[in-house]
Write a protein that binds this ligand. Structure first.
Ligand code: PFF
Length: 450
């Protein structure tokens, strides 16, 4: 059997896992769903979801991956041979390809915004009408959106075809901290804007009368999406970990960094939204219609704009790499397909499935596909809000009862003879809290009216 890849160091793993977690989910999706769901109250449930569902499921996935040293399908199979449980692994693979398809469309947008901001299109105090015009002219050009989708997926498949550690570890180490630095600078600038206090009020002062189940489901979905959970990405990345790596502290670091980046994105976006009279409800285009205001007014914006979109594209790339890697590792491990061919095959399927999403912003069939939503919106809802929580629910039952939470806990420990901090709570959480909360939320989402 061919030797499986391994991370060169624990730091390499943390960077790669953080690279998977930090991406468009933090900077594009988090502000848009927060804005749509009432701001602070959403943030409140988001943070609860990260702490009590996300972090817990993160350890479940990483420990399952490291213990079995397998791709998601192989991991379930190894622990419970010839059982239907491997279907959960397959669900993860489909979800990964589903997310990849529309995620890469948005990633393509960042490439375009990198290009036009380098040309100086955002200089000179642009008005809202001008910013809207730039956006609409671009997204309603199917040739452009589809070509950029293709470029992005090709790039991802190319890197994955070269293998885990050489492809992934090298990039993230330098570029992620740089992205973080730029976000810090932009946050400070945003806090000086005249609409800052109104923006912060929307973002940080919860109005609990707005609580509803759909909002809670979105918060849970966003937490899983942002942390790359519920589809086996962290099982796969955990499988490249070795025994000496400290799984416990790596998990916390990844979750903390990811949450901080999303939080900062909100600090940047909402003051800007309220300063220029935009709507926090703008949905998918929110970031693309907001940040150009910043770059056209910020001192040195001419420089920061292209740099920001470049780094965002890289952050998206380290996430799409993990999305392709899940299906690829299955095809390589279980189907004996050579890695390069597997990586491009996965990319090709995602590209075809992504075309209707790339057409969603042009007038036509896909712009109002079903239930009053565009194809892209529908995909986003289906995979992120339903499929990831469902995957996480099944995974928690598997780890809690079939594999056994106690066994999983030993895998998380750094020293086998000593419990990790919060071990008892973790066991309780993965066995009872996670499955119960997710089952209730999903049942209501499926049968409830709101
Ligand atoms: N976590 C990524 C982001 O926030 O952009 C998106 C993602 C990557 C979701 C990998 C799921 C996944 F398995």
């Amino acid at each position: 059997m061919a030797k499986r890849g391994k991370w060169k160091s624990t730091l390499g793993f943390v960077l790669a896992a953080a690279g998977s977690a930090v991406g468009l989910g933090n900077i594009w999706r988090f502000p848009y769903v927060t804005g749509k769901n009432g701001g602070a109250v959403f943030l409140f449930f988001y943070i609860l979801s990260v702490l009590f569902l996300g972090l817990v499921v993160m350890y479940a996935e990483l420990s399952l991956g490291r213990a079995t040293q397998k791709n998601p399908v192989g991991a379930f199979e190894k622990i419970k041979p010839s059982s239907p449980w491997k279907a959960v692994g397959f669900l993860g693979i489909f979800t990964g390809v589903g997310i990849l398809s529309y995620y890469s469309v948005i990633a393509g947008w960042t490439l375009y915004y990198f290009y036009i901001s380098s040309l100086g299109k955002f200089s000179g105090n642009l008005t809202q009408a001008q910013i809207d015009e730039i956006f609409s002219a671009f997204v309603s050009n199917p040739f452009l959106t589809i070509s950029l989708l293709l470029v992005f997926i090709f790039l991802t498949s190319f890197i994955v075809s070269k293998g885990v550690s050489s492809g992934i570890e090298r990039w993230t180490g330098i570029l992620m901290p740089l992205l973080f630095l730029i976000l810090l600078i932009l946050s400070i600038y945003s806090l000086t804007l005249p609409g800052a206090s109104e923006g912060l009020k929307f973002y940080l002062k919860p109005d609990f009368s707005k609580v509803n189940l759909k909002m809670i489901l979105s918060a849970v979905g966003q937490a899983f999406f942002s942390l790359s959970l519920g589809m086996g990405a962290m099982i796969t990345y955990g499988s490249y970990l070795s025994r000496e790596d400290n799984l416990f502290s790596s998990g916390i670091e990844v979750v903390a960094f990811d949450t901080l980046v999303a939080f900062l994105a909100g600090i940047i976006i909402f003051p800007t939204v309220f300063t220029y009279g935009l709507s926090p409800q703008a949905g998918v285009p929110l970031v693309f219609k907001t940040l150009p205001f910043t770059f056209s007014r910020l001192p040195l914006g001419r420089l920061f704009g292209p740099l920001f979109f470049f780094l965002l594209a890289i952050a998206a790339l380290t996430s799409t790499i993990s999305l392709v890697e899940v299906a690829t590792s299955y095809l390589v491990d279980e189907r004996r397909i050579p890695r390069p061919r597997a990586a491009f095959l996965v990319g090709a399927v995602a590209f075809l499935l992504g075309i209707p999403s790339a057409l969603s912003t042009s007038p036509g069939l896909f712009s109002r596909f079903a239930f009053g939503k565009s194809f892209l919106d529908l995909m986003d809802y289906l995979w992120a809000n339903l499929s990831l929580p469902l995957g996480a629910l099944l995974l928690s039952i598997f780890v809690g009862y079939v594999w056994g939470a106690e066994k999983a806990a030993v895998e998380i420990r750094f020293r086998k003879d000593r419990k990790f901090p919060g071990e008892d709570l973790w066991i309780y959480d993965i066995k009872y809290f996670v499955p119960l909360v997710l089952a209730v939320i999903l049942l209501f989402a499926a049968f409830g009216s709101s």
